[in-house]
Design a protein around this ligand. Sequence first.
Ligand code: KIV
Ligand code: NA
Length: 264
Amino acid sequence: MKRLTVPRIRQRKGGEPLVMLTAYTVRMAQLLDPHCDMLLVGDSLAQVIYGLPHTVGVTMEMMALHGAAVVRGSYHAAVIVDMPFGSYEGSPQQAFDNAARLLKETGAAAVKVEGGKVLAPTIEFLTQRGIPVMGHVGLTPQAVNILGGYGVRGKSDAEARSIVEDAVAVAQAGAFSIVIEGVLESIAIEITEKVACPTIGIGASAQCDGQVLVTDDMLGMFERVPKFVKRYQDMAGVVSGAVQDYADEVRARSFPTKDQIYAG
Ligand code: KIV
Ligand code: NA
């Protein structure tokens, strides 16, 4: 099966919904790949893999290594790598240098950046120089120190207007798709109607052109998850149960049995 390309993702606007999940490791990428159109190497690996308090601490090295692992574990989905905080906001040139490094070192198809109007010149600079960019508006977790938390965005009319303007600016700058996170549904619907590229919702609306979730959240690996996460499995329970059985058997000397040893 040939890997989905950025132009084919763009063509899916208003069509069959795009399926996206996060992946950080090779085995998970292999398991998700047959079911997904896009795999996002999200900087949410801060919390999920590294136990960091937020995504501000993520480095280029982390994104490059996990991005390469996900590309190695996938054959069908387009892989998109998050640009870490501090690697693209300074200038279009800084963004280009770091985005080019991520594409070279991972083999991914595109990068994702958080932000709106202010980032439009950067998105245009990258797309005109061969680097496809996915946007991310609304609740932008890298801005946690400005926002003060992860509450839903766009509750005031002024904020709602500003988020719609952000998305329109990002789309006009050439983004091939835009993640809309943590906004009132009416905002997500308005953006989806206004922009020419597919919107990918998370805590947004079923009317977006696709959806994304943090895989570990939807698999039930975390204790506390946002309202917008649906748990499709209780992986934490599955793991705890298996480890409890193993621990019990080791303590009872009932593992290993003759099936797991080399009798000599
Ligand atoms: O880092 C991430 O996982 C993301 C998605 C939640 C969109 O940016
Ligand atoms: Na992210």
